[in-house]
Ligand binder design. Structure first.
Ligand code: ADP
Length: 451
């Protein structure tokens, strides 16, 4: 927020929008009391300033513009801090170092007066005692000074005309008032932009660190989980000795937990690969009917448990040219959900059609359905509807998210239609001609899911 100076109501309008400093001005030339030349230079300065985010660079550009457009000889900015002041930039001081002039100003106490007595000054060598003191110190004819007082910058901006015969006028001072007022707003906007940008960078770094951690952790979990799986299947084989019913029950429970963990790790690995752009489509030709059949075989125990009536209408001739592993994972997610979120004795219908351009795969169930409000968040990571959490407390809400990513990697889409309490249909549409690049090498060789 700007503190202080009345600027003929310009401030109120300009605060409304970031670019208002430029947009507002043309309507106000008459009101400003500036001649057309000054008004045009003001617009030009503000236009240039609006393109620059760095404060030093911004002032240097303004200084150079003023030198050429309004024939000022010198331009400088002094910044005020809580514990003192220091030169920020200077233009046109090639013949005498500005730093030396600044030190003299400071030591003589003039700087203090300039900062604290008034916000704008028109100082001429020939006018009064104070004007003479300051202009003599600089060795020039006249100076016009105007302060910027925003939340993040307190500074004095000065322009100089060297010759006492061509002094700066009231119009120069008026011009400087407008200029510093609007520059203050631009600098404030830049501050907000830079802060936001910094926050975005930090959030991205955090997100990257999280993905890296997740990737390392899931990789490290793969080996022990595979060992457990092997050991559990070993225990279950009759040739390795018989188990008591209690032991058998424990081994079964451990096997179930092991499978759940393996699925979770596979999902996490897929997500980290997706986020790191490491997941690639490795296309091959395969029969969709066979793939769906093998998924159904794997899910059969759950189908039996819930007594779901499954019908699959898949023409044998349909061959997909796609990544078999990713499509299998996608079908596994949809079919498992169609069973999990179905009611006991419900139906699950799988149909496949070739529309010419696309292969359409539908998985329709007669289960709990999805409410309108939940439908919007369905494909987000970790989203789970309330009812789903009760039905399957172990789910993690990653299946639909990864499925959609896998399908999109193939240039396809997934849509959903649902009637709460009646059922849900997911439809995958895959282009007949795979258009995604399949030759690009992943940064790290893809590994098959464990389990
Ligand atoms: P999970 O099944 O582990 O929760 P998903 O990503 O596969 O994860 O599904 C996310 C959520 O979408 C589920 O928790 C559930 O609320 C909803 N959902 C998915 N498929 C169905 C379906 N066929 N019927 C009803 N709800 C579903």
């Amino acid at each position: 927020m700007l503190k202080g100076w009345d600027l003929f109501g310009f401030g109120k309008k300009a605060k409304k929008a970031e670019t208002a400093a430029v947009a507002v001005l043309p309507q106000n030339q008459a009101k400003s009391g500036l001649s057309v030349l000054y008004f045009e230079v003001l617009n030009e300065c503000l236009y240039a300033a609006n393109q620059i985010r760095d404060t030093r660079e911004l002032f240097t550009t303004i200084g150079q513009l003023l030198k050429t457009k309004l024939s000022y000889d010198r331009f400088f900015v002094i910044q005020l801090f809580a514990d003192g002041a220091s030169p920020l930039i200077s233009v046109g001081f090639e013949d005498r170092p500005f730093e030396a002039k600044f030190s003299q100003l400071e030591e003589s106490g003039l700087l203090h007066e300039l900062f604290y007595k008034r916000s704008t000054w028109l100082l001429k060598n020939k006018s009064d005692q104070f004007g003479k003191q300051v202009t003599d110190l600089f060795g020039v004819g006249s100076l016009a000074l105007s302060q910027i007082g925003t939340e993040h910058l307190r500074a004095m901006v000065g322009v100089i005309k060297d010759s006492p015969d061509h002094e700066l006028t009231d119009e120069d001072l008026q011009f400087m008032r407008f200029l510093t007022h609007h520059l203050g707003q631009i600098i404030e906007n830049n501050e907000a932009y830079n802060r936001l940008n910094q926050q975005i960078i930090e959030l991205k770094q955090l997100d990257q660190a999280k993905t890296t951690f997740l990737s390392i952790a899931s990789h490290q979990l793969r080996t022990p989980l595979s060992v457990f799986r092997f050991a559990l299947s070993f225990l279950k084989k009759p040739q390795n000795g018989s188990l008591t019913p209690k032991q058998q029950q424990i081994v079964d429970e451990m096997t179930q937990s092991n499978i759940r963990l393996i699925n979770l790790v596979n999902n996490l690995l897929n997500i980290t690969r997706l986020e790191q752009g490491r997941l690639q489509v490795h296309a091959e030709s395969f029969s969709l009917a066979e793939l769906i059949k093998s998924v159904l075989e794997e899910v059969q125990p759950k189908i039996n448990e819930k007594q779901i009536k499954v019908s699959a209408n898949i023409p044998d001739i349909i061959t997909l040219n796609a990544d078999r592993m990713l499509i299998r994972e996608s079908m596994m997610n949809l079919i498992t959900n169609g069973v999990k979120y179905n009611r006991p004795g419900g139906e699950l219908n799988i149909t496949v059609n070739n529309s010419g351009n696309d292969i359409l795969i539908s998985v329709a169930d007669t289960g709990i359905g999805i409410s309108k409000s939940d439908q919007e968040r369905l494909f987000s990571q970790f989203f789970r509807a309330q009812q789903a959490q009760t039905i399957d407390p172990e789910g993690v809400g990653l299946g639909l998210y990864t499925t959609r990513q896998f399908i999109q990697l193939h240039g396809g889409t997934i849509t959903m239609q649902s009637v709460p309490e009646h059922g849900t249909t997911f439809t995958i549409s895959l282009p007949n001609k795979l258009t995604v690049p399949t030759t690009a090498q992943p940064q790290v060789a893809p590994q098959p899911p464990i389990g």
